[in-house]
Design a protein around this ligand. Structure first.
Ligand code: AMP
Length: 212
C-alpha cells in the first residue's frame, strides 16, 4: 500500500504516519523532516531550505522534487507514506512522472480535516524534541518534566515556524498552493477525506477503517 497523507499544517499527518509505520512495514517520507535533518546537519540542501522554512514559505519545487527523487531511488520496493509532499500541483505532477519511472503506483490520498481554529491552537501549542523529534503539546500532551523529552531526555522546544506570526503564512500558503492539489487527486479518483478531530487513537481508527 502506497499512501499520501494530505492536509493543512497541524492536521496530524506526522502523528498518523508514525502510527501507520508502527503497524505496517512502510517507509515514512516526510519532506519537512528531511529538510529539518538537512538543516541540523548543515548540508547544502539545508542551507537552501532554511530561510523559506523559517518564514513559513514553501521551499521551491525544484529543490523539493530533487530531494524526493533521491529518496525514491533508494526505496528498494518498500511501501511508503508521503507526509507533506506534494504541496503544489507541480509537485504532484512530478510525483506521477517519478512513480511511472520507477514502476510504482500510488494507492490512496488520505486527507485529514480539522477546523482552522483548532489547527492554530494545535500548532501554537506544539513542542518538539530537539533530539528524537517526539511531538508534544503544552495542554493536551505536555512532557512529564517541562522542557525535557520523556523518551530521550533532550530539550523540548517550539519550532521556529510554529510561532504565531509564521503560522499565519503557512496556513495562507496551504490555502493558495496546496489545497488545489486536492482536485488533482480527485480527478485521479484517489482522494478520500477523514475527520481529523478527536484523540489520536480515534483519528487512527478512522484512517484504518478508510484503508480497509
Ligand atoms: P512540515 O514539517 O511538513 O510542516 O514542513 C515544514 C516546512 O518545510 C514547510 O513549511 C515548508 O517550508 C517546507 N516543506 C516541507 N515539505 C515541502 C514541500 N513539499 N514543498 C515545499 N516546502 C516544503
Amino acid at each position: 500500500m502506497n499512501l499520501i497523507l494530505f492536509g493543512a499544517p497541524g492536521v496530524g499527518k506526522g502523528t498518523q504516519s508514525a502510527l501507520l509505520v508502527e503497524k505496517l512495514d512502510m517507509r515514512h517520507i516526510s519532506t519537512g523532516d528531511l529538510f529539518r535533518n538537512a538543516i541540523k546537519n548543515e548540508t547544502e540542501l539545508g542551507k537552501k531550505a532554511q530561510s523559506y522554512m523559517d518564514a513559513g514559505n514553501l521551499v521551491p519545487d525544484e529543490i523539493v522534487i530533487g530531494m524526493v527523487e533521491e529518496v525514491f531511488e533508494n526505496l528498494n520496493g518498500q511501501s511508503f507514506i508521503l507526509d507533506g509532499f506534494p504541496r503544489t500541483t507541480a509537485q504532484a505532477e512530478a510525483l506521477e512522472k517519478l512513480l511511472d519511472k520507477v514502476g510504482i503506483s500510488l494507492d490512496k490520498v488520505i486527507s485529514l480535516k480539522v477546523p482552522q481554529d483548532e489547527l492554530v491552537s494545535r500548532l501554537t501549542g506544539r513542542r518538539v524534541c530537539k533530539g528524537c523529534g517526539a511531538v508534544y503539546h503544552i495542554e493536551s500532551k505536555p512532557p512529564k518534566q517541562e522542557g525535557v523529552c520523556d523518551l530521550c531526555g533532550e530539550g523540548v522546544i517550539q519550532r521556529e515556524d510554529d510561532k504565531e506570526e509564521v503560522i499565519k503564512t503557512r496556513l495562507e500558503n496551504y490555502e493558495n498552493s496546496t489545497r488545489p492539489v486536492k482536485e488533482f487527486y480527485q480527478n485521479l479518483g484517489k482522494f478520500t477525506e477523514v475527520d481529523g478531530t478527536g484523540s489520536t487513537e480515534e483519528v487512527f481508527a478512522r484512517v484504518q477503517q478508510n484503508l480497509g
